[in-house]
Ligand binder design. Sequence first.
Ligand code: ADP
Length: 618
Amino acid sequence: MRMITGLSRILIVCLFATLSRECIAADGPRQRSILVLEEADFRSPFYSEIFAGIRAAAKQNGKSDTVIYGESLDLARFPGPDYEESLVGHLKTKYALRSIDVIVSIGVASAKFLQKRKQDIWPAAPVVYGFVPDLPETRALFLPDTTAVFARVRPTHLLTAARAIVPDLTRVVLVGDAWKNPLVYGHWKQDFAAAMPGLEVTDLSDAVLRDVRKQVASLPARSAILTSAMYSDGEGTYYSPASALARIAESANRPIIMTSDTFLGRSGVGGFLLLPEIIGREAGEVAMRILDGEAPSRIAPFGGDNVKPIFDWRQLQRWNVDQANLPPGSEVRFREPSFWEQYYWHSTIVASVVLVQGLMIAILLRERRLRFLAQVEARQRMSELAHMNRRATAGEMTASIAHELNQPLAAILINAETAQHVLQGPAPDLGEVRDILDHIRRDDQRAAEIIDRLRSFLKRDPTERREIDLNATVAEVFRFLSVQAMTHDVELAAEASSSAIRVKGDKVQLQQAILNLVVNGMDAVAHLPDDRRRVVGRTSLADGNLALVSIADTGDGILAEKVTEIFKPFFTTKAQGMGIGLSIAHTIVEAHGGRIWAENTPSGGAVFHVSLPLAAPR
Ligand code: ADP
């Protein structure tokens, strides 16, 4: 019977707890509980980060299951004894069946509330105070069996940050209602006076937001705006501090110094900022120590490491702040990476590609230059060789020149004698003498032209391109060589095309090329019987826009495997040969955009072809 009574008692307790976590965890270690009492709204960024910090500390400890309850007192927005009374009643009812192992009180307002009402609601729970400044006034709020982790931005912190941003600072403007709370910023007047005796202070902590916006829009240079959290303005309108700050920043014409890192990035320049996540974590860690069995009275209140100078890089740029002026240990956030930092790899790759490309271009340009120089050199050599070649043939031509000169000279002599004879008569016919002298002059001109031709043939002229008559050019070569041909009993025949053929080029050079071919032809037939010694030159048109010259002989032809080799310099099969005639012809023809090739005729001789582009294609 007694056993049944014991069992039913346990069952009743479990029922009362409506299957609470304690009951479910009854087989494991007892679940521990923390109550976080925040002075303001949990949903604001600052207080939600504090809560997140406490939760992180509990998770990190992780020795046993810890439940965390949270309450927003929100006393700033809902002041007055009636609300406070109803709040106490609400909390008493709410937590009647929940044991609270430790309370983490966040903020001065929460500490004040606990001082007055803790006894009614959670008489036995130890307390860890967080987010309270270390001031005698706040310490006076602490109940027995409690401890604290202090967090505070001092008024002088704001001043130091302002002077880092505005080195010649003379004036500050105070914005935000927290300046009025001696438990938050203490006695800023005395602090400012001690730190900067001449500082002008405009206190707008009581002003209506729209007046604040107006005033901060036209502040003088050498001033800065020091903001504390603004929960309500002089009219009693409530704001979230972050949005109030954003609205002030919209119209402010001077840098804004702030107090929380949750405000950073919204147009304030920065300052010594409270780090709410760390505030929560530090208070949470102490709470966990108490849950683990440490007595709060044995943990002396201590200052946390929860304030850090942090600045917004973009604002530093805006206010032209030298980062060297910032307080030691400052952190700069939102730094926009420089072009170099952002595109380091892209730039390196592009630069390397450009470099390699540049290098290749430089090498190619050098190659081109070297090739050009080599070409110039080769052309020079070739022109020297051509000159030598011409001089060599000139000897053979002298006979033909002398033969050609003979005609006009003989005519001049006969005409001179005739003129003498006429003048010796009794009545000389002066008209006849004039005619004779005209003939003499014309013959003399002819002789001069022959000499000119020889001279221009031997001259080492730079290449000159003119439109020339190919038929006449070839005929002239055959005329040059006529005497030599006669001497060696070779029949020379030039068969010109019936249509005019005009090509662009250097007449002397082209004559040189053709002359070399004809001379080779004459060499090739030299050993044959008289009646078979024949060299024929033909000009014709081919494919509509090509001029053709072919020199055929009746010799033995070229060895089939040598038809291309014969154009190489110094290739010769002759005892006295130099082996440059064909290579010079080849160079000259190619320089004129033409082609030269050789083949054997079916009848046995060799034929050399030269094709050249027409001056005006048809
Ligand atoms: P060279 O006349 O001093 O030998 P060329 O360059 O004019 O130099 O000629 C090179 C070689 O080509 C000649 O030695 C000869 O073997 C061959 N050749 C040139 N023209 C003819 C031709 N009409 N018939 C046969 N072989 C020729």
